[in-house]
Design a protein around this ligand. Structure first.
Ligand code: PFF
Length: 447
C-alpha cells in the first residue's frame, strides 16, 4: 500500500475540489447547453438540480471518501464487507476515461486559441471570420489531434513528476484571478449594444422552450460540472482531514462552481446577441464569441492571452482530477507502480482522445446512434455515466450505508451540528432516485 498524504489545510482540500469542479464544463459547456435549450428555463432546472441532487451527491461522495480514506473500490468493500457494491467502481473508471477522452480535445482547442492569442491572430476579424477560424481548426486533423496530444502530454507530465500539488497551488491563485477576469468581461459584455436581449435570454424562463431533453441535459450538465458520479470526489475527499466540515465544503464547491457557470453565461450571451451569433451554435459557441469580445476591449491582446491562460489552468486541474481516478485505482488495487499506472492511463486516454479529435475531420462519417464520436462521448459521459453514478451514490448512501457513518461524517463525530442530515437523507432516498429514474425512462423512450 502506498502511503496516503493528506491536505495540509482546509483551503488546500477545498481548492483542489473547486479546481476539479471549475473547468471547461462551466466556461465552455454551460453556455452552449443553455443556448441550445432556450436559456432561462434551462438555468432554473440546472439550479434546482444542484440543490436537490448536486449538493447531496457531493456530500455522499465526501462521506464515502473521508470515512474510509480510500479509493472508491476499497471504500465500498470496507463499508459493505462481503457485498459486491465495489463492482460499481469499474463503471466509474470507464466513465472517467470517456469524460477525459472528449474533454481533452476541447483543452486542445484552448491551447490553439492561447497560441493564436499570443500571435495576435485573434484580433481584427469579423464574426464570420471567427467562425471560419474555428472550422479551419477542427477540420484539420493534424492540428486538432496535435493540440489534443500536446495537452495530454502536459497533463501526464505534471502527474508523472508528482507536481499536481504544485499545479493546485498555482491554481488556487489562478482561480480567484479567473473569477475576477470573468467579472470584468461580464461588465464589458453588459455594456455592449443589445446586451439586454442576451440577459433576457439567459434569465427569463420561457418554459415553452424547455423540452424533456433539456431537463436531461441540465441534470447531465450539473453532474459534469460538479465532477460527481464517477468517484472523483471520493478520491479527493479520501485525503481530507477529519476535522473539516463536509457540509461547508460541499456547499462551497457547489456555490463557486455555479457562480462561475452563471458568470460565463453573463459574459457570453449579451455578446452572442450583439454579434449576431446563433445561441444554438453548440460546442463552437464560445470560440466564435470570445475573440469578438476581446477585440472591442482596450488592451484586447492581453485580455485574450490572460483569459486563455487561466482557462488552460482551470482545465488542467480538472483533467488531473479525472486522471487521478484510474491512476489511484491501479496503484492501490492492482499494486502497480505510479509510473506504470500513469502509462496505462495515458495510453487509454490517448486512444479515446485521438478518436474524438478525428471525429471532426477524418472520421466525420462515423456515427454512433446518429452522433459523431465526440458528441457520443460527451453525451454518454454526462447523461449516462455520471447520472448512473449519481443514482448509485444516492441509493447507496441513502438506503444502504449505515446511518451511523453518515451521521458521524456530517457531525465529525458529534462535534458539529450536522443540520443538513434530514434534508440530505430525504434527497438521497427519494428525490434523486425518482428524478433519475424518470430521466432514464425518457432516455429509453418509455415516456
Ligand atoms: N467538472 C469539470 C468541469 O466542469 O470542467 C469536469 C470534470 C472533472 C468532470 C472531473 C468529472 C470529473 F471527475
Amino acid at each position: 500500500m502506498t502511503k496516503r498524504a493528506g491536505f495540509a489545510t482546509r483551503l488546500g482540500a477545498v481548492a483542489a475540489a473547486v479546481g476539479s469542479a471549475v473547468g471547461l464544463g462551466n466556461i465552455w459547456r454551460f453556455p452552449f447547453e443553455a443556448g441550445q435549450n432556450g436559456g432561462g428555463a434551462f438555468i432554473l432546472v440546472y439550479i434546482v438540480c444542484i440543490l436537490i441532487m448536486g449538493i447531496p451527491v457531493i456530500l455522499s461522495e465526501f462521506i464515502i471518501g473521508r470515512s474510509t480514506h480510500s479509493n472508491m473500490k476499497a471504500a465500498l468493500s470496507r463499508l459493505s464487507p462481503g457485498k459486491r457494491y465495489y463492482l460499481f467502481t469499474y463503471v466509474c473508471i470507464l466513465g472517467s476515461f470517456v469524460v477525459i477522452g472528449f474533454y481533452s480535445v476541447v483543452c486542445g482547442w484552448i491551447i490553439e486559441y492561447l497560441y493564436q492569442a499570443a500571435l495576435g491572430g485573434l484580433q481584427g476579424h469579423t464574426p464570420e471570420q471567427y467562425s471560419s477560424m474555428f472550422t479551419a481548426l477542427v477540420t484539420n486533423p493534424w492540428r486538432c489531434v496535435g493540440w489534443t496530444v500536446l495537452f495530454l502530454l502536459l497533463n501526464f507530465m505534471v502527474m508523472s513528476r508528482g507536481i499536481e500539488k504544485g499545479i493546485e497551488r498555482v491554481a488556487s491563485v489562478m482561480m480567484p484571478l479567473l473569477f475576477v477576469i470573468l467579472l470584468v468581461f461580464c461588465v464589458n459584455s453588459l455594456l455592449l449594444p443589445g446586451a439586454r436581449k442576451g440577459l433576457e435570454f439567459l434569465f427569463y424562463p420561457d418554459f415553452s422552450e424547455l423540452t424533456m431533453r433539456g431537463v436531461l441535459d441540465a441534470f447531465g450538465q450539473a453532474f459534469l460540472s460538479l465532477s460527481i458520479g464517477i468517484s472523483c470526489l471520493v478520491t479527493y475527499s479520501s485525503y481530507f482531514s477529519d476535522d473539516t466540515s463536509l457540509t461547508k465544503d460541499a456547499t462551497t464547491v457547489a456555490a463557486l462552481d455555479t457562480l462561475v457557470a452563471i458568470l460565463s453565461g453573463v459574459m457570453i450571451f449579451p455578446a452572442v446577441f450583439s454579434f449576431g451569433v446563433e445561441p444554438t451554435a453548440g460546442p463552437r459557441l464560445i470560440f466564435e464569441v470570445l475573440p469578438g469580445i476581446f477585440q472591442q476591449m482596450t488592451g484586447g491582446y492581453f485580455w485574450a492571452l490572460l483569459f486563455f491562460l487561466l482557462v488552460f489552468f482551470a482545465s488542467l486541474t480538472s483533467t488531473i482530477s479525472l486522471s487521478e481516478i484510474p491512476i489511484t485505482f491501479m496503484i492501490e488495487e492492482h499494486r502497480m507502480s505510479r509510473p506504470r499506472a500513469i502509462l496505462w492511463t495515458a495510453l487509454f486516454t490517448f486512444a479515446l482522445a485521438v478518436l474524438a479529435a478525428l471525429s471532426f475531420n477524418v472520421l466525420d462519417q462515423v456515427k454512433i446512434l446518429g452522433k459523431s464520436i465526440f458528441d457520443a462521448m460527451d453525451y454518454a459521459a454526462s447523461n449516462i455515466f455520471m447520472l448512473l453514478g449519481g443514482l448509485f451514490t444516492a441509493v447507496y448512501v441513502g438506503w444502504i450505508l449505515d446511518r451511523k457513518v453518515v451521521h458521524e461524517q456530517l457531525t465529525n463525530g458529534g462535534r458539529l451540528k450536522g443540520a443538513m442530515e434530514p434534508y440530505l437523507i430525504f434527497c438521497l432516498r427519494y428525490v434523486a432516485p425518482v428524478s433519475i429514474f424518470f430521466i432514464f425512462l425518457y432516455l429509453t423512450g418509455i415516456i
